[in-house]
Design a protein around this ligand. Structure first.
Ligand code: 3HC
Length: 330
């Protein structure tokens, strides 16, 4: 796949014999599957690519708390409320984990969060869609976290050590997120009335295509993939992971007794994969530009939460300083 990306001329990559000795030694470590650690020499472009990707990943986790957070107070049972609270808390932890991994590269957490609040940083497009009904909570767990798992399981093998290790714990918790979402939908489909079953199908209709967009643009339109794959930051391409997600999700869709809003979705025996319809990339790029249904609302909510939480951060820093002084004085 990576060779095709390079052939398409997205980015002509340097060969080993074109590299300076230090960069060549670095690439040979990458090729030998030796993890790169924070203290190791790395090309500045490798470091910047990781800061870009990990900061966006962390932002996605934090903004990703919002669509579900809206439903904690409206969960239909105590069990569902507890599940949703646990999931939202997990996402907060994933965000903090990833900001810490980002900081090992010398990036400043406050600066990156300020860029997010100023609308200058990306986060996953999927979180700019509204969660209108309770069935959306199931679909977000099943499709959104399901897509995130496909992407993140592969990231456990990314070449940068702190990022790969952060993924191991995050993937374990994501599996719970995906299962609780799917179980919620099975309950609605098997025990719910017609209106509740229709609510599930409506949620799938709204989230199906935006979930496929989570994997990024098609390989031919991905400016970062070729280099990220040469550095083994990205181990599989956007299209490969999107296809894997579709192939594993369609049988689950059928078990629910639901359909996807894609008349072209059908099994292709020859390919051994599902064929699917054209993604509306114009919508994707509009969301990336900030013109999605909820972009402004999500960023405003994050800005207000960050300001409201300033006193907590100040108290924690003051306490840590006091502890440090006591430790130094002892
Ligand atoms: N939403 C927003 N921006 C996206 C995007 C998406 N779904 N897909 C791609 N983009 C952006 C890229 O960031 C890049 O922009 P940039 O150069 O300005 O940063 C541009 O579109 C071109 O895309 P590329 O494919 O060339 O970029 P990458 O090589 O970075 O690949 C990616 C994109 C596959 C998302 C990769 O960055 C990645 O794997 N990131 C880590 C995983 C991640 O961030 N997942 C987001 C969801 S996390 C989540 O859902 C948490 C769960 O618990 C709810």
């Amino acid at each position: 796949m990576y060779a095709q990306l390079v052939e398409t001329g997205i980015k002509r990559l340097k060969n080993l014999d074109e590299m300076a000795p230090q960069e060549r030694a670095f690439q040979e470590k990458i090729d030998a599957e030796i993890k790169i650690e924070a203290k190791n020499w790395m090309p500045e472009a490798y470091r910047q690519t990781l800061i870009r990707q990990i900061s966006q990943h962390a932002h996605s986790e934090i903004v990703g708390m919002l669509p579900e957070g809206n439903w904690i107070t409206r969960a239909p049972t105590l069990k569902r409320k507890l599940q949703l609270m646990a999931k939202v808390q997990d996402e907060a932890g994933h965000g903090l984990y990833l900001y810490s991994a980002m900081e090992t590269l010398g990036a400043d957490r406050d600066e990156e969060i300020a860029r997010l609040h100023a609308g200058k940083a990306k986060y996953s497009s999927i979180f700019n869609y509204p969660t209108l009904t309770w069935a959306d909570m199931g679909v977000v767990g099943w499709l959104v976290d399901g897509a995130a798992i496909v992407n993140q399981v592969v990231l456990q093998r990314t070449s940068y050590g702190p990022y790969a290790r952060a993924m191991v714990r995050i993937c374990k918790e994501e599996s719970f997120h995906q299962r609780q979402g799917y179980e919620l939908l099975l309950t609605l489909m098997r025990e719910g009335n017609d209106a509740q079953q229709a609510m599930v199908q409506d949620a799938i209709n709204r989230f199906w295509w935006p979930s496929l967009m989570m994997f990024g643009p098609s390989d031919a339109d991905s400016p970062n993939s070729a280099q990220s794959m040469a550095w083994k930051i990205k181990r599989q391409s956007n299209d490969e992971l999107r296809q894997r997600f579709i192939d594993q999700t369609v049988p689950q869709l059928e078990l629910l007794g639901c359909t996807a809003p894609d008349p072209d979705l059908k099994w292709n025996e020859e390919r051994g994969h599902y064929d699917f319809g054209a993604i509306q990339w114009e919508e994707f790029y509009q969301v990336l530009k900030g013109n999605g249904p909820c972009n402004r609302e999500r960023l405003e909510t994050r800005r207000v939460a960050y300001e409201d939480g300033a006193w907590v951060r100040e108290a924690v820093v003051a306490y840590a300083r006091k502890q440090q002084q006591r430790h130094t004085a002892a």
